[in-house]
Design a protein around this ligand. Structure first.
Ligand SMILES: Nc1nc2c(ncn2[C@@H]2O[C@H](COP(=O)(O)OP(=O)(O)OP(=O)(O)O)[C@@H](O)[C@H]2O)c(=O)[nH]1
Ligand SMILES: [Mg+2]
Length: 358
C-alpha cells in the first residue's frame, strides 16, 4: 500500500504524530527552498489547497466518495443509515495540491440525543469550509433531506459549491428532478428574501457533476471540479497522510462496519462501539473492544448462535485493521447491555461523538 493512514511503528497520539511529521516536512521544504534547490515535486502551477465539506443525506454515498477520492478506505461504508457518526478527514494530495475532505454524518430524521448530535455535526461541518460538496443519491427521486440541503444552499449561496449526483451507475437516474429541485429552491429562497434573479451573486451557481463512488475512476470528474475551485495555498498536511482520524475511533468504526453488515432492524442504530484498551508488544496490538447494545434482547443477536456473529466480525476486522496499521491486530470483543447508552455523555464522548477522543 503506497501510503498508510498511520505508519508502522506508530505508537502514540496521532495528532502529535501528525504535527511532528508536518513540522519535519515544513522544515525540509524550507531548507530546500533556501538552498535554491529546484524541487521537482512542486508543480509549475501554484499549488492549491482547500477544505471541502462533504454533506448530504444519510446513505447518499459520501463516505464511499471520500474513500474513492483519497484512494484508501478512511471512512466506513454500509447500506445502513447513519453509518458515519464522526466527522472524518480524508486527505487527497496530488500534483495539483491538496484537498482535505470532511466526511460528515448524513442528515436524517433525528431520533434522540445521538441523532440530534449527528445532525448538528453535519450542519456545523458545512460551515467554515472553502468548498461545499453536496452529495445526492440520484438513483432515487429527491427526498426530504435533499430538499433541506438544497434549500439551505439556495439561501446561503456558498461561494464555491459542487453538487455531486451520485450512483450514476444506476437506472433510473433522476438528474432532471434534482436540477428542477435546485431551480425551485433558488426561486423559493429569492421569494423569502424578497430579491430578484439579477440580485444573485454572479458565479454562485453550483458546479454539477455525475459521480459513481463504487467504480474506479467514477469520481475523477468530481476531483477535477474540486481542484478547479480550490484556492491557491500551501498543503495543510504532509502528502503521505490520508487521515488524522484517531486510532481508537478508526478501530471502533471498522468493528461497527463489520457488525452493520450482519445485524438488521433496529439493532444497527442502537450499537455503540468503544475501544477500551490497546496493548502493544513486539507481536502486534491486542485490542479490547466493547460493543454496547441498548437492550438485553439485542445482546444475543449481536453475539449470534454459538458466538458466530462475533467470530465473523473478528475474522473480517482483524486482517483489515492489520493492513491498515501495518501491525498484527488481534481483537477481543465484549458485548455489554447498557440501556440508554445514547444518552450517556461519557460513552458518547468515548465514541468521539462529542469531540475530544485522541
Ligand atoms: N450503486 C452505487 N452504490 C453506491 C454508490 N456510492 C455509494 N453506494 C452505496 O451506498 C451505500 C451508502 O454509502 P455510504 O458511503 O455509507 O453513504 P453515506 O452518505 O456516507 O451514509 P451515512 O454515513 O449514513 O451518512 C453503500 O451501500 C454504498 O456501497 C454508487 O455510486 N453507486
Ligand atoms: Mg458515511
Amino acid at each position: 500500500m503506497a501510503s498508510l493512514r498511520l505508519r508502522r511503528g506508530w505508537n502514540g497520539d496521532p495528532v502529535r504524530q501528525m504535527i511532528g511529521r508536518r513540522r519535519d516536512f515544513l522544515v525540509e521544504y524550507a531548507l530546500r527552498m533556501n538552498s535554491g534547490e529546484k524541487d521537482s515535486g512542486v508543480p509549475e502551477a501554484a499549488p492549491r489547497a482547500a477544505i471541502v465539506g462533504v454533506v448530504g443525506r444519510t446513505n447518499a454515498g459520501k463516505s464511499t466518495i471520500v474513500n474513492r477520492l483519497v484512494g484508501e478506505k478512511v471512512s466506513i461504508v454500509s447500506p445502513v443509515e447513519q453509518t458515519t457518526r464522526n466527522t472524518i478527514r480524508g486527505i487527497v494530495s496530488d500534483a495539483r495540491g491538496q484537498l482535505v475532505l470532511l466526511d460528515t454524518p448524513g442528515l436524517h430524521k433525528a431520533v434522540g440525543p445521538l441523532g440530534r448530535l449527528l445532525n448538528g455535526m453535519a450542519r456545523a461541518s458545512s460551515a467554515g469550509t472553502d468548498i461545499l460538496c453536496a452529495v445526492f443519491d440520484a438513483s432515487h427521486a429527491p427526498q426530504l433531506e435533499d430538499e433541506g440541503w438544497m434549500a439551505r444552499i439556495a439561501k446561503e449561496r456558498p461561494e464555491k459549491c459542487v453538487f455531486a449526483l451520485n450512483k450514476c451507475d444506476r437506472s433510473p437516474f433522476y438528474e432532471t428532478m434534482f436540477r428542477d429541485l435546485w431551480r425551485e429552491s433558488v426561486r423559493r429562497a429569492r421569494e423569502i428574501a424578497g430579491s430578484r434573479a439579477e440580485d444573485d451573486p454572479a458565479d454562485r451557481e453550483p458546479v454539477w457533476v455525475l459521480s459513481c463512488g463504487t467504480k474506479p475512476g467514477g469520481c475523477d470528474d468530481l476531483l477535477d471540479a474540486l481542484f478547479a475551485l480550490a484556492p491557491e495555498g500551501a498543503p495543510l498536511f504532509p502528502d503521505d497522510i490520508v487521515t488524522d482520524y484517531p486510532r481508537k475511533l478508526a478501530i471502533a468504526d471498522v468493528v461497527r462496519e463489520k457488525l452493520l453488515q450482519r445485524v438488521y432492524d433496529e439493532v444497527p442504530h442502537e450499537l455503540g462501539v468503544v475501544v477500551s484498551g490497546i496493548r502493544e508488544d513486539r507481536r502486534g496490538w491486542d485490542v479490547s473492544v466493547t460493543v454496547y447494545v441498548n437492550r438485553q434482547s439485542q445482546k444475543g443477536i449481536v453475539i449470534g448462535p454459538a458466538g458466530r456473529i462475533m467470530k465473523a466480525v473478528r475474522q473480517s476486522a482483524e486482517p483489515e485493521l492489520s493492513e491498515m496499521f501495518g501491525v498484527k491486530v488481534r481483537l477481543e470483543l465484549w458485548v455489554k447491555v447498557e440501556p440508554g447508552w445514547m444518552k450517556n455523555s461519557r460513552l458518547l464522548s468515548e465514541m468521539g461523538y462529542m469531540g475530544g477522543v485522541r
